[in-house]
Design a protein around this ligand. Structure first.
Ligand SMILES: [Mn+2]
Length: 396
C-alpha cells in the first residue's frame, strides 16, 4: 500500500525517490499522485517526508485540485525557461531542469532511487550534474502489490461491468444460428470475432471501460495458442471451443480486471469436456490453496499436480511441451494488467493479504483448441475473496 513506501525505500538503503514520467502510461506515477497527465512531470520524495510534484504551469491549477499531493509546485518556481534556453537543445534542457530541481530539493549527496523506466538519458544527465542515481526494480511496484479497500472497490466495479458484458456476449453466441459448415450466424450475418469484439467495445465503453489492450476471442484450434487474440475475420463455429479472455480497464479510475471463460455453442467433444473438467478442478484446487503466506510457486505446483494427474503435460521444471498447460497460473492486477505478484515456478515470495491476483489454469491441444478459466481474487489471511461472480459453463 502507499503507506509502505517509506519502509520499502529504507529497506533498499536509499534516501529519496525520483520519478519523471506521464501518469497515463506510468502506473507508478498515477499511483503516487492520483494526477492524470499526458506529459511527463517530476515527483520527488525524501524518505519519511511529504512528496512534492513539479508540473508545468498549464497543469499547475488542475494538479492542485486533483492530485493527492499537498505540495504542488510549478516549473516556473524553478525557472524552467532559463534552464531550457541555456541548453544546446530543448530536450537536453528539460533533463538539466530535472537535475536542477532534484539537486535543490534532495541534494547531490542523497542516494536517489529511480524506477526501471526512468529515462536513461535523464539518469546520464543527472549523474553528470553530480547527483547519485540508483535505478531499482520493485520499489513503487512493491507498494502497489497490496491493495487498500478503495482499490479493491475499483477493481470490483470494473469486474462487475466485465461480468455483465461477458454474460451478454455469451447470450449472443448462445442465441446464434448454426449455418453451413457449422458457422454461427446472427441476424443473417456470420458471427465473426470482429463482431464480438465490436460488441464488447461498445458495451464496455457505455459502462466507462475500455478494451485498452484488445481482448481475446479465439475459436477452434486457434485457441490452442494462449495469446492468440483473434483476427476480425475469424468465424465462430458450433461445437468448437471459444475462449473469451476479457481484460477491460476503467477509463477514469484506471484499474483493470481480468476474466476468462471458455464456451461451446452446441456439443463439445469428449476430449474437450475432459480438458474442461481438468481445468475446472485445477482452478478450484488452486483457489483452495491460496492464503496469505503461501508461495506463488506452491500454488502453481498444486495446479500442475491436478493437471498432470489428469494426463496433461505442463511446462513445470522447464519442460518443453507442445500441448498441456504452457503458461504460469496467474498474475497481479491493478493499475497494470500484469503486475506483481505472479504465481509461477519462479514466484518465491509469499502471497500477502490484499494481493489481487488472477487464477487462470489452461490446457491447450493444437488438434482440439484450448480451455482456460480465469477468476480474479483478493488474498485474505486465511484464504481468498473471489471478486469474480460468474459461472463457468462449457456448453451454451
Ligand atoms: Mn490474465
Amino acid at each position: 500500500m502507499r503507506g509502505d513506501l517509506d519502509s520499502i525505500l529504507a529497506e533498499n538503503d536509499v534516501e529519496a525517490l525520483l520519478l519523471y514520467s506521464d501518469s497515463f502510461r506510468d502506473a507508478n506515477m498515477y499511483y503516487l499522485t492520483k494526477f492524470l497527465a499526458p506529459d511527463p512531470f517530476i515527483f520527488l520524495k525524501r524518505t519519511d517526508e511529504e512528496p512534492i510534484i513539479v508540473v508545468s504551469q498549464m497543469e499547475y491549477p488542475r494538479a492542485q485540485k486533483q492530485s493527492i499531493i499537498k505540495d504542488v509546485r510549478s516549473y516556473i518556481d524553478y525557472n524552467y525557461l532559463q534552464a531550457v534556453k541555456s541548453a544546446k537543445e530543448p530536450q537536453l534542457g528539460a533533463m538539466k531542469f530535472i537535475a536542477k530541481v532534484a539537486e535543490k530539493e534532495l541534494g547531490a549527496e542523497t542516494k536517489i532511487c529511480v524506477p526501471p523506466n526512468f529515462p536513461v538519458i535523464a539518469a546520464d544527465v543527472l549523474r553528470v550534474e553530480g547527483l547519485t542515481i540508483e535505478p531499482m526494480f520493485c520499489v513503487v511496484e512493491k507498494a502497489r502489490e497490496t491493495k487498500d479497500t478503495h482499490e479493491v472497490k475499483e477493481i470490483r466495479a470494473v469486474q462487475a461491468v466485465n461480468q455483465k458484458v461477458t454474460t451478454e456476449a455469451i447470450e449472443l453466441i448462445a442465441n446464434s444460428d448454426i449455418g453451413s459448415n457449422k458457422t454461427l450466424h446472427f441476424k443473417g450475418e456470420p458471427l465473426t470475432v470482429g463482431r464480438i469484439k465490436s460488441f464488447f467495445g461498445h458495451k464496455l465503453l457505455e459502462n466507462g471501460c475500455l478494451p485498452e489492450e484488445d481482448i481475446i476471442v479465439a475459436c477452434g484450434t486457434k485457441s490452442s495458442d494462449p495469446h492468440y487474440s483473434g483476427e476480425a475475420e475469424d468465424k465462430l463455429k458450433a461445437d468448437q471451443p471459444i475462449i473469451l479472455d476479457i481484460y477491460p480497464r476503467s477509463i477514469q479510475k484506471r484499474y483493470w480486471t481480468d476474466m476468462t471463460r471458455t464456451v461451446v455453442k452446441g456439443k463439445a467433444s469428449n476430449k474437450l469436456k475432459k480438458m474442461f473438467d481438468a481445468v475446472s478442478e485445477a482452478k478450484n484446487v488452486s483457489l483452495d490453496a491460496i492464503q496469505a503466506g503461501a508461495l506463488g510457486s506452491h500454488i502453481y505446483d498444486v495446479c500442475c499436480d491436478v493437471l498432470e494427474k489428469a494426463g496433461y503435460e505442463t511446462t513445470r521444471n522447464g519442460k518443453k511441451v507442445t500441448r498441456g498447460m504452457t503458461h504460469g497460473l496467474g498474475h497481479g492486477v491493478g493499475l497494470q494488467i500484469h503486475e506483481s505478484p505472479r504465481m509461477s515456478e519462479l514466484s518465491m515470495s509469499p502471497l500477502k493479504e490484499h494481493n489481487v491476483v488472477t487464477v487462470e489454469p489452461g490446457v491447450y491441444d493444437p488438434d482440439v483448441g484450448g480451455v482456460r478459466l480465469e477468476d480474479i481474487i483478493e488474498v485474505t489471511k486465511s484464504g481468498y475473496r473471489n471478486l469474480t461472480r460468474m459461472e463457468t459453463q462449457l456448453e451454451i
